[in-house]
Design a protein around this ligand. Structure first.
Ligand code: DQA
Length: 141
């Protein structure tokens, strides 16, 4: 089974970006880990990251057309993008929402709501990069 792992804004700087919150694993290392976990689980995993909201919407629209399961960490867009809400609503295969940190426990109130969650089969937050392993495991069944 093919699975898309889609990462949104600022996640390209993982490892250098506020490591005390997001950890020291870089995005390149996360890609390698997801591919390795995918192989273990019998999944064909493709990881992408973008700082451009339209690119993420295009990928989600294609995933809807192709009925591809998605693991999504939409970063800050998770909290306010209604276009993202609408794109997630169209997905037909399972969607798993992942956050490295646990946004519900963070001091900024804007992080406490996610437009993705209501469309997600599962929300995994606060487990760092291991959360992606959990998401892939969920999709592998
Ligand atoms: C994040 C949490 C979001 O609130 C934040 O804007 C991010 C990363 C996480 O993985 O913990 O960019 O999605």
């Amino acid at each position: 089974m093919r699975v898309l792992v889609l990462n949104g804004p600022n996640l390209g700087r993982l490892g250098r970006r506020q490591p005390e919150i997001y950890g020291t694993t870089t995005h390149d290392e996360l890609v390698a880990l997801c591919e390795e976990w995918g192989r273990e689980l019998g999944l064909e995993v493709e990881v992408r990251q973008t700082n451009h909201e339209g690119a993420l919407l295009d990928w989600l629209n294609a995933a809807a057309d192709e009925r591809t399961p998605v693991v999504l960490n939409a970063g800050a867009w998770s909290h306010y993008s209604y276009a993202l809400f609408d794109a997630c609503a169209q997905l037909e295969a399972p969607l798993v929402e992942v956050h490295l940190s646990d946004p519900s426990q963070r001091p900024e109130v804007f992080r406490h709501h996610s437009v993705v969650s209501e469309h997600a089969e599962r929300v995994i937050a606060g487990h760092g990069v291991r959360g992606y392993r959990m998401a892939l495991g969920h999709l592998a069944g």
